[in-house]
Design a protein around this ligand. Structure first.
Ligand code: SF4
Length: 368
C-alpha cells in the first residue's frame, strides 16, 4: 500500500499533471477532474472523497488509494471583548499554532501563522521567545484558514487574510507560495490577491523574489525603528539587512498601480514613540509608495518594554497625518486574549501529541 499524500499540499496544476501521468498507465482519469476536486475541497469544503459526487466511482477510488484529506482540530478558543477569537489549532505531530479571527464593521480578517514558533528573535515579540520549532506545510497553512472560516456566519464576509501570525513567512517561502496559489485559485478558494498581505521582518532576497512572483499579494514590512541602532536592538535581522539595504530593495519593489508597501511600526514608550522618531520615519520612507500601520506595543509583564501612552500615540500619529502620511493607529485587536500583534505564543505545556489514523485526526491532549 503506497503512503498516502495529503491532497491539500498539492496545487491544482500539480494535481492535473499527476492525473495526466496516471492516465498513461493505470486509469482513464482526465486532468479536468483536478478542477472538480478543488471545487469540492475549497468551495464545498468536504472532508472525504466519497462526498465528491460528480467525480465518478473510479476516480474517487483512485484518489482514496493515493491521498488523504487533512483538517485541523481546534484545541482552544478564546473570545475577546472586541469580538476577536484566538484559536489554538492542533497539528498532526502534536504541535500547536495560533490563528486569530478579527471582525471589523463591514468585513473580517484572519491572521494566519506560517511556522511553529519563529527563529527571528525579535526582542518585543512573544512568538520569538519560542524559537523556531518547524515550518508549517502548505496544507497546515490552508487548513488554518478553513478552520476559522468555518465559524464565520455566512452573512459576514471574509475580506482579508494576513500572514502576521506566528513565524516569518519568508522563512517558509515555498510552502507559503503554494498556499497562496491554492487560496487564490479560481477553482479553489478564489481569494483576491489584493486582499492577502504577507508580512516579513525584512529578509531582502525573499522580498526581491516575492516581487517577481505571478501572485501579487501585498507586502508588509515590520520596521519598528528608524535608526540601525534601535532597529538592530529590536530586530536582529537588521544586523544582516540594515535600513539602507532595506530601503534600496523597497524602492526597487515592483508595485501594481494603487498598491503600496505597508510598514508596520510598533510604538514603544521612550524607545520608538518620540516626534523625532516620527520625523525619522518620514525621512526614511521618502520617495516610496507606502502607508504606515502604527501599532502601540502591548505591555506584557514578561517583557521589558512598555506601552506608549495613548496621548503620545495620538501625537505621533498626528505628526504623520499633518505631513500627509497615511498612518492608521491600529489599536491591536484581541489584547485581552493575548491575540494582539506580537503576542502569539503557545506554551510548551500546551503542545499536544496526536494519534494519526488515516483520514481522521484523533487528538489526544497529553497532560504535561
Ligand atoms: S515579530 Fe514576526 S519575525 Fe519577529 S520574532 Fe515575532 S513572529 Fe518572528
Amino acid at each position: 500500500m503506497p503512503k498516502l499524500d495529503n491532497i491539500k499540499n498539492w496545487t491544482r496544476q500539480n494535481l492535473r499533471e499527476w492525473m495526466v501521468e496516471k492516465a498513461k498507465t493505470q486509469s482513464k482519469v482526465q486532468a479536468y477532474r483536478a478542477d472538480q476536486v478543488f471545487y469540492w475541497l475549497y468551495q464545498q469544503r468536504v472532508g472525504s472523497f466519497s462526498e465528491m459526487l460528480n467525480l465518478g466511482k473510479e476516480t474517487r477510488k483512485m484518489l482514496e488509494e493515493n491521498f488523504w484529506i487533512s483538517s485541523l482540530k481546534k484545541a482552544e478558543e478564546q473570545h475577546s471583548r472586541d469580538g476577536s477569537i484566538k484559536y489554538r489549532l492542533l497539528l498532526e505531530d502534536g504541535k500547536s499554532i495560533e490563528a486569530v479571527f478579527m471582525p471589523h464593521t463591514n468585513h473580517n480578517t484572519i491572521c494566519v501563522s506560517s511556522q511553529v514558533g519563529c527563529g527571528m528573535g525579535c526582542d518585543f515579540c512573544m512568538t520569538g521567545t519560542m524559537g523556531l520549532i518547524r515550518n508549517l506545510t502548505t496544507a497546515e497553512i490552508i487548513d488554518q484558514v478553513l478552520a476559522v472560516y468555518h465559524d464565520i456566519p455566512a452573512e459576514q464576509k471574509l475580506r482579508n487574510l494576513v500572514f502576521m501570525g506566528m513565524g516569518e513567512p519568508f522563512h517558509n517561502y515555498q510552502n507559503l507560495m503554494q498556499a497562496l496559489e491554492i487560496l487564490t485559485d479560481e477553482h479553489g478558494f478564489n481569494f483576491s490577491q489584493r486582499r492577502i498581505t504577507v508580512s516579513t521582518s525584512g529578509l531582502l532576497p525573499k522580498i526581491r523574489r516575492f516581487g517577481n512572483e505571478k501572485i501579487k499579494a501585498n507586502l508588509a514590512i515590520s520596521l519598528n525603528g528608524v535608526t540601525d541602532e534601535v532597529r538592530s536592538k529590536l530586530m536582529p535581522v537588521n544586523t544582516a539587512y540594515n535600513l539602507e539595504k532595506l530601503m534600496k530593495v523597497c524602492s526597487e519593489f515592483p508595485l501594481e498601480s494603487r498598491r503600496r508597501i505597508t510598514f508596520e511600526y510598533i510604538l514603544i514608550r521612550d524607545l520608538t514613540d518620540s516626534i523625532e522618531d516620527a520625523k525619522g520615519l518620514i525621512r526614511l520612507l521618502h520617495g516610496l509608495k507606502f502607508k504606515i500601520n502604527l501599532i502601540p506595543y502591548n505591555s506584557d509583564p514578561a517583557n521589558k518594554y512598555q506601552a506608549p501612552t495613548e496621548k503620545q500615540s495620538r501625537k505621533f500619529q498626528k505628526y504623520l497625518l499633518d505631513h500627509n502620511v497615511v498612518a492608521p493607529l491600529r489599536i491591536s485587536k484581541g489584547q485581552d486574549i493575548q491575540g494582539a500583534c506580537g503576542q502569539l505564543v503557545v506554551a510548551e505545556n500546551q503542545q499536544t501529541e496526536l494519534i494519526f489514523d488515516k483520514n481522521k485526526l484523533l487528538a489526544t491532549e497529553m497532560a504535561t
